[in-house]
Design a protein around this ligand. Structure first.
Ligand code: SF4
Ligand code: SF4
Length: 408
């Protein structure tokens, strides 16, 4: 008789140990509220709110599924994938949970099992294949990654052949999406104004692999991660900065085993420029605008759960307050509502991604602010889609664009 050994069959899930057993099925991850916190914390599972809301759409049901898979009571299937992937892995459930669990890490491990078993989501296959073959998930010629550089009236060092103190890792969304290229253009302008010696890889920049990691394609992730590590080594990079929350979280946490030993430091641009502004006591112009701020899950909850990594909640707000009147939304920081794009939802379930972001736009509109500010091109893209779909008048803007205007 063959003995069922979960360690043999489910290597991604069992690598995380027994943490799933901590779940006591209390259901706090469905709708937890901490009235005593200041401001109150509103537990928000955006998947539960924008689907049928049945058990597997929020944390408790997913934990039950994982437990049953590990007990050999439930087989992986395409039907399971259809539900498991309707979640942007925002990790609001981990914040709501009284136990010390990184819930989204378990969901990602389950996705990795689904992909290995041939049960991953079809919509993600061409995206992850393009990442490996073309070096970006948008199925575009990677040469286009240098197009945004033509929008500058100065030259940036080429990391492939020139040494610089800092590497600016642009990320595929800002480099390849015309509407979002201002994120890259303004980041470069800010760095120049602050006198930073920096370089970019341009058309040789390789996707960080975030979407492959989130959607469970570990082979695609490993492929691009290895290419990036080689590039960083060859270029002698010591500090990498990025204006993308997804790239930041991926490089900071998922690459840590490679980059730590190379002594490479990873910073979000917001953190990097804030340090310079404070050290040099640079005064920012007050732009006389009302703005509200959207916390990306990758710079917030999904970074804050990793040992030694601080979530970036105060850093962007500190800069924003110097340039604008910041009006906060109802859900912020640890309990901020997700934009809905992450975890492969934008690709796999675009309508769900749009519904989730419409709810975030509604929160932003309730503040009465004219600008919705973020520090992630991917959040930017989904929130901007929702602004258009809801005929909202609020303007989406990246923090770097405001900073470029506020720096004399
Ligand atoms: S994951 Fe945490 S909050 Fe959710 S049901 Fe389990 S123990 Fe409760
Ligand atoms: S990661 Fe976010 S959307 Fe997914 S189950 Fe948890 S709270 Fe809900």
């Amino acid at each position: 008789m063959t003995v069922f050994d979960p360690k043999e069959k489910y290597k991604h899930l069992t690598k995380l140990g027994n943490i799933v057993l901590q779940c006591i099925s209390c259901g706090d991850c469905r709708e937890q509220t901490d009235y005593t916190a200041d401001p109150p914390k509103w537990g928000v599972c955006v998947a539960k709110e924008n689907t049928s809301g049945f058990e597997p759409f929020f944390g408790r049901g997913k934990m039950q599924i994982i437990r049953s898979v590990l007990q050999g009571k439930l087989e992986l299937s395409k039907d399971m994938a259809e539900v498991i992937y309707q979640c942007p892995t925002c990790n609001a459930c981990a914040e709501a949970c009284a136990y010390d669990m990184d819930n989204a890490a378990l969901y990602e491990a389950l996705r990795a099992e689904l992909v290995d078993a041939g049960c991953g989501l079809e919509a993600h296959v061409p995206m992850n294949r393009a990442m490996v073959e073309l070096l970006n998930p948008y199925q575009r010629d990677n040469k286009e990654k240098s197009d945004w550089l033509e929008k500058l009236d100065f030259k940036i060092k080429d990391a492939n052949s020139e040494q610089a103190d800092v590497l600016y890792f642009v990320g595929c969304t800002a480099a390849l999406t015309p509407d979002i290229q201002p994120v890259a253009v303004n980041t470069a302008k800010v760095l120049k104004k602050l006198g930073v010696d920096f370089s970019v890889f341009g058309e040789r920049e390789v996707c960080c692999g975030s979407v492959a990691m989130r959607t469970g394609d570990r082979k695609a992730f490993d492929s691009v991660a290895m290419k990036n590590v080689e590039l960083f080594k060859k270029a002698g990079v010591k500090t990498i900065i990025t204006s993308c929350a997804g790239c930041y979280r991926t490089l900071k946490t998922d690459y840590s085993e490679y980059l730590d030993e190379l002594g490479i430091e990873i910073l979000h641009t917001v953190d990097f420029v804030r340090n310079i502004i404070n050290e040099k006591n640079i005064q920012l112009k007050n732009l006389e605008i009302n703005a509200t701020y959207h916390d990306p899950c990758h710079t917030g909850r999904n970074s804050g759960l990793k040992e030694g990594v601080n979530p970036l909640y105060e850093e962007p707000r500190e800069i924003l307050r110097k340039m604008a009147n910041l009006i906060e939304m109802k859900t912020i920081k640890e309990s901020a509502k997700c934009c809905g794009a992450g975890g492969g939802v934008k690709k796999g379930f675009p309508e769900l991604a749009l519904e989730i972001s419409k709810a975030r736009i509604q929160e932003a509109e309730e503040t009465g602010a004219e600008y919705l500010v973020s520090i992630c091109p991917f959040c930017y893209r989904n929130l901007d889609d929702a602004i258009k779909a809801s005929n909202s008048e609020i303007k989406m803007i990246d923090l770097m664009e405001l900073l470029e205007q506020a720096l004399n």
